[in-house]
Write a protein that binds this ligand. Sequence first.
Ligand code: NAP
Ligand code: ZN
Length: 358
Amino acid sequence: MVKDVGRFNVEGWAARDASGILSPFSFTRRKTGPDDVTLKIVYCGICHSDLHQIHNDWKRSRYPVVPGHEIVGTVVEVGSEVKNFAAGDRVGVGCMVGSCQHCDSCSKEQEQYCEKVIWTYGSTDVDGSVTFGGYSSLMVCKQSFVVKIPESLPLDAAAPLLCAGITVYSPMKYFEMTEPGKSLGVVGLGGLGHMAVKFGKAFGLQVTVISTSPNKEKEAREVLGADHFLISKDEKQMQAAVKSVDYIIDTVSADHPLEPLLNLLKVNGKMVIVGLPGKPFQLAATGVVMGRRFVGGSMIGGVRETQEMLDFCGEHNISCMIEKISMEYVNTAMKRLVQGDVKYRFVIDSAQSFKAAL
Ligand code: NAP
Ligand code: ZN
């Protein structure tokens, strides 16, 4: 069990520099405050954003970086003011652990756009320390940033819903990309992309996967239920699909041209970018003007909407396709993620990997 030394002793893995190599790292977290929920981390998903951040792709990483924002676990202790959670509950913590709670974004329950948002890792916490994420044994989090995992969902396959799931669900709802019978193009069949296919099918859409990987076609159609599959590098296929979809979600993590994707949109079509490649996009005015097309962006989702998404998944039996790994495998997993070699999310078996720490 947790040792009583004024703060919790926590075992984790951290990257120490932009080489991104992760290795064991011991640290402490605050004891459970009146407003806190403390959970034993059972699983944590590996998001491509973790990969971007261990390599300092966005130029704001603060080392040591303990990544991980797709955290699920069981509550071990709650503070005196916590009424909605109790020891033993199955809970999750996503990309955020705090926000100002009174700005315009917070008042609309869109804490992810708060100027003072505290990210789960790499942010300055309320006590001035740098936050450490879920590649670790234990988490302490304010109750307002903790969500409940529906009993019907397996805990391991639910972990990536905390980021991959909500990141595609939120824009589909906000930009009204859910009208049954309409068509959705999903660009990039990775962690986010495979969830967009699943939500698309659950909303009654026709789904076209737009991918660089021919070897993903069979499974995309047969397991995920995609209706069409386009190879983005095949100009003939892309040409034949011009003006064929109403909506597009672009989840690609690397630099790529937008124009061939915009051409796939029908008149009045909407494209939402959620991937975060390093270089700026080029966007020709004609690509949007001719056809009254819309291009937008979206970042994760608020806490209330994350709970809504989890409940939707619980009702519709939606979870992620995962490859479960031990913490020791993480550096190999990161290399495979660079190559797009995962179907479709690595999830760390934290309880097993850190069992000596608890
Ligand atoms: P992922 O699992 O690695 O999937 C990305 C997919 O993009 C790959 O599977 C691959 O799909 C495609 N791809 C990779 N390189 C490509 C290239 N050079 N050209 C075209 N396609 C390429 O990553 P993820 O975890 O889903 O995250 C995707 C992106 O979203 C990352 O940039 C991540 O940081 C970002 N993200 C954003 C938010 C947000 O709030 N907006 C939240 C989480 C993550 P195919 O093999 O099918 O081509
Ligand atoms: Zn993420």
